[in-house]
Ligand binder design. Structure first.
Ligand SMILES: [Zn+2]
Length: 281
């Protein structure tokens, strides 16, 4: 059996099966991970992206509230350099480049994402390849972001170490990833109600190789040089599986406010929300 990324234990139990692929839970530390094996530097994302594709731009609109919430919290009345690692199509890099006082950079491993960001969005400081291969100076960034990246990686250690090196002494790594336990619960409920049909999304066993909780994410960040880790909240993506279904989005926003209240009342011990981690050296 595939060993647990966090504690090395290799006797997980199967907690979900998605189109035949077992999703596992470590018996020792509770970490959730897919049994699906994918190479570390998989770069096949965004190959189907077409310039005229409205759905592509819909994702930008859907992320707007989240990005604005982030800017209000971290970028307002400050200035500096921000780097987005796993920058995808470049929408966040473009968004940040329009903010006063900020120089934004992006790195993306997939050629499809890179081409879109360069040619379509005209992102200036956008680079193709692994973050570990770029020529950025150590301790040169004020903020490094990773939006929906870490769950795709079989092992994020080398990338997180690199992010730590690139950050200034008082710099911030900001990381967004799904909340593993919540994804599992939602997937189980969804399957009971709707069954399993082609095209449905559950845990994304082929893409989301590791699903974290607060404890697990803190542990791996600590290991990679981030001593201080705390969790915060930002408005959710205003879409469900890439579609703007008004009722689903309304439910999603309601859930977000409820999760915030519960997190506040339990001194952030109990967090049902997506994980938004803020990490410092
Ligand atoms: Zn474990």
């Amino acid at each position: 059996m595939k060993p647990c990324l966090l504690c090395g234990e290799n006797r997980p139990k199967v907690v979900f099966k998605e189109f035949g692929i077992p999703y596992l839970k470590c018996k020792k530390c509770g970490h959730l991970y897919s049994s699906y094996e994918r190479e570390m530097d998989y770069d096949g994302y965004f190959e189907q992206i077409k310039d005229e594709d409205d759905a592509t731009f819909y994702w930008d609109i859907a992320h707007k509230k989240m990005y604005e919430g982030f800017a209000k919290k971290y970028l307002q009345k400050r200035e500096g350099k921000i780097l987005d690692v796993g920058a995808g199509l470049g929408f966040f890099v473009k968004f940040a480049s329009n903010l006063k006082g900020w120089q934004s950079y992006g790195v993306e491993i997939s050629k499809g994402g890179y081409d879109f960001a360069k040619n379509r969005l005209k992102c200036e400081n956008f680079f193709l390849g692994r973050i570990e291969e770029q020529n950025f100076e150590n301790e040169s960034f004020d903020i490094v972001t990773m939006w929906d990246v870490i769950e795709h990686l079989p092992d994020p250690t080398s990338i997180l170490n690199k992010c730590c090196d690139l950050l200034k002494r008082d710099g911030i790594l900001f990381l967004h990833t799904p909340n593993g336990e919540m994804q599992l619960l939602k997937s189980k409920i969804k399957r009971i109600i709707f069954g399993e049909r082609e095209g449905m999304h559950f845990l994304e066993a082929k893409d989301h190789l590791n699903l974290y909780n607060q404890k697990g994410l803190t542990l791996i960040l600590n290991r990679c040089g981030f001593k201080k880790v705390r969790f915060t909240h930002l408005p959710p993506i205003q879409a469900v599986a890439g579609k703007n279904n008004f009722v689903s989005v309304f439910v999603k926003n309601g859930f977000y406010f409820l999760a915030r209240i519960i997190s506040f009342l339990t001194f952030s011990k109990c967090n049902f929300d997506n994980l938004f981690a803020e990490a410092k050296k």
